[in-house]
Ligand binder design. Structure first.
Ligand SMILES: *Cc1c(COP(=O)(O)O)cnc(C)c1O
Length: 358
């Protein structure tokens, strides 16, 4: 440990060098926050009631959220021990890194992908190995398989990929798994699974129990609209989940979060209707952008990807001036969450004059 130029304190240099967390800028009044892939619908009254009815918060929560694990186990056809509940699936990813990686071990993922992966890997003491996306913005699974080394401990497959929206197909995933050593953990990050409308897309639910090293990650944050309550889950082999459980900060999943998750599963039909509305809005928005001349890949998340390259910062700034807060990843592109319907027209109006000319 050494002091860094910015601080006399002895910090881990790789941690001190991490960019400070900056949450998306707040939307201006009358504007729209389209930067965090949040669900724009207000919580259902039944879910709000479920949260309100958890009044015993002088007590610690149930340490493993057993009620949620049992409920998910029944729906996925596994035992409750094959379900791990955490404070969002971001926390679960961190737990798997900590469980599997000694200092210098590698975690392998496609890039660009979820912006949380690099920082979580660094915190775990692991080395990120990033395999560039294909030109169509999907995972290059052949190149990823070829990048596995003796030091690789975790591979992440993100489908649909945040921020590009592109899915991995069932056939691609199965061909990939056939090449991956059976003792190497594969995390299938399906944070947006409920928004997928492509029948060829990989579906972790169909794969549960088929591979001894596959862990499926899902969350209540996006489709179910519980981002503020922090609850997600992993389904996979018991030994891996037990190891990940051991790395968690205990008692993170609160009673209100568990209660809201159960109420959301009760209200699933209603919530999935909202998801269908958002998926249709996404497809129409993407079509309109393509018609303007933007090379936007087909998305299966609740967002679309504008590959703006070197113009990224400039285009994002113009959107911001129009009251539209998006997530810019300079110099790659801009991720725009598909949320309120009222945001679509101003988005298209702001983007039309900026579209690439043929
Ligand atoms: C949003 C997201 C998650 C999980 O978010 P939580 O709120 O922590 O459950 C995981 N992976 C990806 C790719 C995401 O976009």
């Amino acid at each position: 440990m050494t002091a860094t130029p910015d601080s006399p304190l002895r910090l881990r240099p790789e941690i001190a060098a991490l960019p400070p967390y900056r949450q998306g800028r707040p939307a201006p009044a009358e504007g729209f926050k389209l930067s965090s892939n949040e669900n724009p619908f207000e919580p259902l009254p039944s879910v709000v009631d479920a949260v309100r009815n958890v009044a015993e918060f002088n007590r610690y929560p149930d340490a493993t959220a057993l009620s949620v694990r049992e409920r998910l186990a029944a729906r996925f056809g596994v035992t409750a021990d094959e379900v791990l509940v955490g404070t969002g699936s971001v926390a679960l990813i961190a737990q798997f890194f900590l469980a599997a990686c000694a200092p210098g071990d590698e975690v392998l993922y496609s890039w660009r992908s979820f912006e949380a992966y690099p920082g979580l890997a660094t915190v775990a003491g692991a080395v990120s190995v990033q395999v560039p996306n294909r030109p169509d913005h999907g995972h290059d699974l052949d190149a990823m398989a070829a990048a596995i080394t003796d030091r690789t401990r975790v591979v992440i497959v993100c489908s649909p990929n945040n921020p590009t929206g592109v899915v991995v197909t069932k056939a691609e995933f199965e061909a990939f798994m056939a090449k991956v050593p059976a003792d190497l953990i594969v995390l299938l990050d399906e944070a947006y699974a409920e928004f997928v409308t492509d029948p060829d897309a990989v579906d972790g639910r169909e794969l549960i129990g088929r591979y001894p090293n596959l862990i499926v990650l899902r969350t209540f944050s996006k489709a179910y609209g519980l981002a503020g309550l922090r609850i997600g889950y992993a389904i996979g082999p018991v030994a891996a989940l037990d190891a990940a459980r051991a790395t968690a900060i205990p008692l993170g999943v609160t009673g209100p979060a568990a209660s809201a998750a159960l109420a959301s599963l009760d209200a699933e039909a209603e919530l999935l209707e909202r998801v269908a509305v958002l998926a249709a809005r996404r497809d129409a928005f993407r079509d309109a952008l393509v018609a303007q001349g933007w090379p936007v890949p087909a998305s299966h998340g609740n967002f679309v990807w504008l590959p703006t390259g070197e113009r990224t910062a400039e285009v994002a700034e113009r959107l911001f001036e129009a009251g539209l807060v998006t997530r810019a990843f300079h110099p790659d592109g801009i991720r725009i969450s598909v949320a309120e319907e009222a945001a679509i027209e101003p988005l298209l109006a702001a983007l039309a004059p900026l579209a690439p000319t043929a």
